[in-house]
Design a binder for this molecule. Structure first.
Ligand SMILES: C[S@@+](CC[C@H](N)C(=O)[O-])C[C@H]1O[C@@H](n2cnc3c(N)ncnc32)[C@H](O)[C@@H]1O
Length: 415
């Protein structure tokens, strides 16, 4: 293909990519729409075909020694959604943490225009260097810094907007110090293993969410890396307990859990396709909350109950007992939009009791609003005064901040 033909083909695919975001409910503002139609995404992922570059999926560009993805160009829908929440205006000073390919930084440069500025920090030196070349090749005025974004951008002024494109375990002091008084921070926050992309607005020493969306992100590396434990239960690879932080788990006691017959507690709570918005935060209030990865083979062989999700389910461990969510078709369910009843299955000496307690929390979620439930997330700088938080569901202490998850009385304002 000649360069001219390639450029024309890329332009068509780029328009199709942006048009394709609409069915996903992403009505883009004029500015984000124009930026995404203008910036040639394929130049940031030269290793893949044009079709792949403009497809709906993320493009993984780097993996670690174990083959785990460590850098990518995020999916266009994710990029667009975050930019909408960030609300970048011409003239803004923007800091991005996680330059990756540089694609999002190029979009940011388009949005801030000639009177604004974009600084992007990348942890991985080779990734930073590739992003710098791609941005330079395009003539985008972006400063690419190699470093750990948890430390902010030392020596630089405050920013009107900060966007983080890797899953962050904490809101470090440096981001507070570098965010303007009326600034906005969009960050995929990891809270007890759950990730939500939160658009925060600053109100003194408190960051208050304007929107909370569920999305997956590769975790932050460096000083802010998430400490994740993966504990195999039993002899085989049937079940793995995954949890963040250094919360204690009695791995030896859990080994016998699967020798007990399963105990199931059904709830009468049915949701379309089993999708239960933010239910995991209600379960996270139980001590021992974790993710349980359940192998498909063990389910197919009848050794374990099918978990709620394809990979496994949220659940709880307590001593030598564990319990996780499962589903079954709800009676009289619509074929086009099948309703699944959620239940809890328990294994171990206290399996019936733990399954019943998990089921009780599902009932609480349903009574608190169920599918229509809305959450507010706040981050308070550690050591600052903690005001009363009505509707408090969870309070999680991080290194530099205290994160509160609250039940909103009404839908939070959408950005
Ligand atoms: C999903 S990718 C970013 C996508 C990118 N914004 C783009 O447009 O291509 C996440 C990036 O965050 C980087 N990262 C992870 N931890 C970091 C840290 N502590 N500081 C800066 N960058 C980090 C990773 O190396 C990776 O390149």
């Amino acid at each position: 293909m000649t360069l001219k033909a390639e450029t024309a083909a890329a332009g068509r695919l780029r328009d199709a990519m942006v048009d394709g975001l609409r069915p996903w409910g992403l009505a883009l503002s004029g500015r984000v729409d124009a930026a995404m139609r203008a910036v040639p995404r394929h130049l940031f992922v030269p290793e893949v075909s044009l079709e792949r570059a403009y497809g709906p999926d993320p493009v993984v560009t780097h993996r670690d020694g174990d083959g785990v993805p460590v850098s990518s160009a995020s999916a266009p829908g994710t990029v667009a959604g975050m930019l909408e929440k960030l609300d970048v205006r011409p003239g803004h000073r923007v800091l991005e943490i996680g330059a990756g390919t540089g694609y999002n930084a190029a979009l940011l440069a388009h949005l801030v225009g000639p009177t604004g500025s974009v600084t992007t920090i990348e942890y991985d030196e080779a990734v930073a260097s590739a992003a710098r070349s791609a941005l330079h090749g395009l003539g985008a005025a972006v400063t690419v810094v190699h470093g750990d974004g948890m430390a902010g951008a030392p020596g630089r002024p405050v920013f009107d907007r900060i966007v983080v494109t890797a899953g962050a375990w904490d809101v470090p002091r440096a981001w507070w110090e570098q965010l303007a008084e009326d600034g906005r921070l969009v960050v995929p926050m990891r809270i007890l293993g759950l990730t939500r992309t939160v658009a925060f607005e600053r109100d003194g020493a408190v960051l208050r969410s304007r929107s909370v969306l569920e999305d997956g992100f590769m975790p932050m590396r460096g000083i802010g890396a998430v400490r994740e434990q993966n504990i195999a239960v039993g002899a085989g690879p049937d079940l793995v307990v995954r949890l963040d932080d250094d919360r204690p788990v009695d791995a030896a006691a859990l080994h016998g859990a699967l020798n007990h017959p399963v105990a199931v507690s059904w709830t009468g709570v049915a949701v379309p396709w089993g999708w239960a918005e933010h239910l995991d935060f209600w379960l996270a209030t139980l001590a021992g909350f974790c993710r349980l990865l359940v192998s498909r083979g063990a389910v197919e062989a009848g050794r374990l109950m099918a978990p709620k999700g394809p990979w496994g389910s949220m659940g709880v461990v307590e001593g030598g007992t564990l319990a996780y969510l499962t589903t079954r078709p709800a009676p009289g369910s619509d074929v086009k939009m099948p309703n699944l009843e959620i239940g809890a299955c328990g294994y171990g000496p206290q399996g019936a009791d733990l399954a019943a307690r998990l089921a009780e929390r599902i009932g609480d979620w349903d009574r608190d609003g169920g599918q229509g439930v809305r959450l507010w997330i706040e981050a308070h700088l550690a050591g600052t005064e903690r005001p009363e938080a009505p509707g408090l569901l969870l309070a999680v202490d991080k290194r530099d901040s205290r994160v509160l998850v609250r039940l909103a009385e009404r839908a939070p304002a959408q950005v």
